[in-house]
Design a protein around this ligand. Structure first.
Ligand SMILES: *[C@@H]1O[C@H](CO)[C@@H](O)[C@H](O)[C@H]1NC(C)=O
Length: 335
């Protein structure tokens, strides 16, 4: 009997210690779980690197009162100035044309810019801040101090030789990666709306950086500067900007990289498509560069360009498909 009692006693003790251990483990988990929750609530606001809002006075000081000597670019949406913020940080200050501000009450300007400012990628130019005042809309962007693809291809006589074939492929792949990020990774996704060489900056490592994305809401009626870089569908019915339209614009940029010619309001597409179909590369390729002995990568690039500009929106490749091919081309050139 006493032996049996001992076993029962041991069983009760074992059960008790098991329950006690279980309770301790549960308490431990509860305690540990609480801590990071408090922590993440504290971290959240600083983690979002959202655009800062500046007063017009700050921006006026940063640009010497929008001094014309500080103008670094004139775009369809506004004038860009080189500015220095109070902390000494160099920035690009885009002052939206007053007529666009007046025709578009600017409703939602700050929330749209804040949304765009969350985008971060090695192939895009980041938006850092904004300024808003009656009659004024200002977008503050990263300052790179470099020239655009438009400058390299069409304005500088040394540009074409600086941009040799392998650098052109690298630029093409970089632009595709930047747009792929905007379309597929950024949340919510961003339609660029105006892909063209003047919106592609070339940094000192010949890496492409796409700028001016997502700003078409500022000028829904402004058609100037888009001719030649948007598809036929853009102009009809509900058309307008779309991911497919961005891919068309990228296709035109690829044709400019290949031929060294500017889009000329869309004439480039009509000229280049038959040459690509006939594989007439002696006519197509930029005459300012020597035709490479291995034509394969450029043939591939031309086929991608033709697929981007030669199809309707429904049949056009997606940016993911285009970026995958151009990434492979870039890697093959590195071998
Ligand atoms: C290429 O195109 C040019 C201009 O259209 C033409 O003169 C030339 O004969 C073509 N070359 C070939 C090989 O088709």
């Amino acid at each position: 009997m006493s032996h049996g009692g001992e076993i029962a006693y041991n069983a009760v003790m074992a059960a008790l210690s098991f329950i006690l251990t279980l309770l301790l483990v549960m308490l431990f988990f509860l305690f540990c779980k609480k801590k990071p929750m408090v922590g993440s609530q504290e971290i959240k606001p600083t983690k979002l690197s959202c655009a800062s809002a500046y007063s017009l006075m700050d921006i006026d000081a940063a640009t010497d009162g929008f001094n014309h000597r500080r103008i670094i670019g004139q775009g369809r949406l506004g004038t860009v100035y080189a500015g220095v913020l109070p902390r000494g940080e160099m920035v690009a200050v885009k002052k939206i044309h007053p007529r666009l501000v007046l025709s578009n009450a600017g409703f939602g300007f700050s929330s749209m810019i804040k949304r765009l400012s969350l985008a971060r990628h090695p192939n895009i130019v980041s938006i850092l801040g904004l300024s808003e005042a009656p009659g004024e809309r200002i977008v503050i962007m990263e300052f790179l101090g470099v020239m655009s693809l438009d400058y390299y291809l069409h304005q500088n006589s040394d540009g074409p030789s600086l941009l040799d074939w392998s650098r052109r492929v690298r630029v093409a792949a970089g632009v595709a990666r930047g747009v792929e990020y905007l379309h597929e990774v950024a949340a919510p996704s961003i339609v660029h709306g105006s892909i063209k060489p003047s919106n592609i900056l070339i940094d000192f490592q010949f890496c492409a950086r796409v700028c001016d994305y997502g700003l078409s809401f500022l000028a829904p009626q402004e058609r100037r500067g888009l001719e030649g870089y948007v598809d036929d569908e853009y102009w009809v019915g509900k058309g307008g900007v779309s991911k497919e339209c961005d891919v068309y614009g990228l296709g035109v940029v690829l044709l400019e990289l290949l031929s060294g010619r500017s889009s000329e309001d869309g004439l480039l597409v009509n000229w280049a498509l038959p040459l690509i179909k006939d594989m007439n590369f002696s006519e197509l390729l930029d005459p300012r560069l020597v035709i490479p002995s291995n034509l394969k990568p450029l043939v591939r690039l031309a086929k991608v360009a033709a697929a981007c500009v030669g199809n309707s929106r429904k049949n056009r490749p997606s940016i993911v498909q285009v970026a995958a091919i151009l990434n492979n081309l870039e890697m093959d050139l590195c071998l």
